[in-house]
Design a protein around this ligand. Structure first.
Ligand code: ARG
Length: 462
């Protein structure tokens, strides 16, 4: 591109230094906005024509020129020149080259400041929908896994110590819940960002009689941004989106952490299919859960993007500053990482088997039925705090004698708590405990089946 083509820089006496060109360009990462840039420009030109700021013929020339450029980019025939700085100038320069003077009218009453703010919002609207789709697919995979194990038992942990027995399905569905909040949070973000900055110009709007409601309507925005100064510099939605990705990442990372532990010899609860494991360059016996470790690690990168985005925003004076160009690096990075991790998690969830028999065989350890025994005593009229103490003493006794609670004699029970009767044995042992869960949302088979039915209906409605 020659100096003349950098028509926006007549003001400057010299060509930009090569270092400057490299330093200020964003074309190397913002080309993915091209479709949105073109759609936004066509809407803007259409409005300019309706407002008689350009002729119908000029609008037609602009529109067909932009469509041709879009096709060229799509087909890989477009030559990008970083001297153009960014996708917005690259497209405008190509349009002017293609159609001449009408192309020079496209930027009427518009700045790159409102243009890029518009493009990013349009892009993010679609990106959020795509991510919500991927969340839904992962939830479906979780529901399939939960249904397979709606009655199979596992220990639940608090403080990573054995706590109470649950069904595997309930554990699996806990992630479907987390993901549902992620999906809704993203939906909220989409709703908040869906206002049009277009027509705010560089910072103060325009002296030309543009119609911002017109372009907002054409582009599917729910409203126009009300203050031009805010509109060109607002990137709240970028920070919010990256936060949503970060929290989603935290959820995936916790699943990853569980399954890394579960796949170890020490737990041996699950087997992840070979296609989703890696081996060691030195130790020939290894099957490593690298995929899950990377998922955990990539969540760290998401947090980094969030911190970067917030930091970019904090020190800027009002209005647009070029600092804001850096938003896209972190925004796109967060979106790409989140997409990839959602796909990967779905694949792992779909190709992991719980070793139900092995897990069941280990359920006798850890006094998983202790809380249920205390609740049995409550049903017999013993105050909970007393019942808690009685069961604590019984567990200590069992530990000394190498017994489980269900192996204690009725006489021993009665010595500690006279209210105990022979029906006590019906509430002991993991299988009995989960059958007796009655509270809404509990981790037993009935509640899990109810949740599965809900998820199937809910996910099908999407
Ligand atoms: N590529 C820039 C960005 O992403 C476009 C805006 C440049 N505006 C300006 N006044 N220099 O923010």
């Amino acid at each position: 591109m020659t100096k003349k083509q950098r028509s926006w820089e007549r003001r400057l006496a010299a060509q930009p230094d090569a270092l400057t060109v490299d330093y200020v360009e964003s074309l190397s990462y913002d080309t993915r906005l091209y479709k949105y840039d073109i759609v936004g420009s066509i809407a803007h030109a259409g409005m300019l024509a309706e407002q008689k700021l350009i002729t119908r013929a000029e609008f037609k020339a602009i529109k067909s020129g932009l469509i041709e450029i879009s096709e060229e980019i799509e087909a890989g025939r477009f030559s990008f020149d970083k001297v153009c700085e960014d996708i917005h100038m690259a497209i405008e320069a190509a349009l002017i080259k293609k159609i001449g003077e009408p192309g020079e009218k496209l930027h009427t009453a518009r700045s790159r400041n409102d243009q890029v703010a518009t493009d990013v919002r349009l892009w993010l609207r679609d990106e959020i929908e795509a991510l919500q789709g991927k969340i839904g697919l992962l939830q479906e995979a979780l529901v399939v896994l939960a249904e397979r194990h709606a009655e199979d038992l596992m220990p639940a942990y608090t403080h990573l110590q054995r706590a109470q027995p649950i069904v595997i399905g309930a554990y699996v569905l806990s992630f479907a819940e987390q993901l549902e909040r992620d999906s809704r949070r993203l939906g909220n973000c989409r709703q908040l960002l869906n206002v049009s900055p277009l027509g705010s110009g560089a910072i103060a709007g325009s002296t030309l009689p543009i119609d911002r409601e017109n372009t907002a309507r054409q582009l599917g925005f729910a409203d126009v941004a009300y203050n031009s100064i805010d509109a060109v510099s607002d990137r709240d939605f970028c920070a919010e989106f990256i936060f949503d990705c970060s929290l989603l990442g935290a959820h995936l990372s916790r699943l990853a952490e569980d399954w890394i532990l579960f796949s170890s010899n020490e737990f041996d609860f699950i087997r992840i299919d070979d296609a989703f494991c890696t081996s060691s360059s030195m130790m020939p016996q290894k099957r490593n859960p690298d995929v899950l470790e990377l998922m955990r690690g990539k969540t760290g990168s998401l947090y980094g993007a969030l911190m970067a985005m917030l930091t970019i925003l904090k020190g800027q004076p009002s209005g647009y500053n070029r600092d804001l160009q850096e938003d896209k690096i972190h925004l796109f990075g967060a979106a790409d990482t989140t997409r990839a991790s959602l796909d990967m998690t779905r694949a792992v969830v779909s190709h992991t088997a719980f070793k139900t028999e092995h897990i069941a065989a280990g359920l006798r350890q850890g006094f998983l039925d202790a809380t249920a025994l205390a609740e049995y005593l409550v049903r017999k009229g013993v105050p909970f705090r007393k019942a808690h103490g009685v069961v604590g003493a019984l567990v200590t006794l069992c530990e000394k004698q190498g017994l489980e609670l269900s192996q204690l004699s009725l006489q021993t029970f009665k010595e500690h708590a006279p209210a105990v009767e022979s029906d006590v044995y019906e509430c002991l042992g993991a299988a009995n405990v989960v059958r007796h869960y009655v509270s809404h949302g509990a981790a037993g088979p009935q509640q899990t089946k109810r949740q599965i039915a809900y998820w199937k209906k809910h996910l099908a409605q999407r």
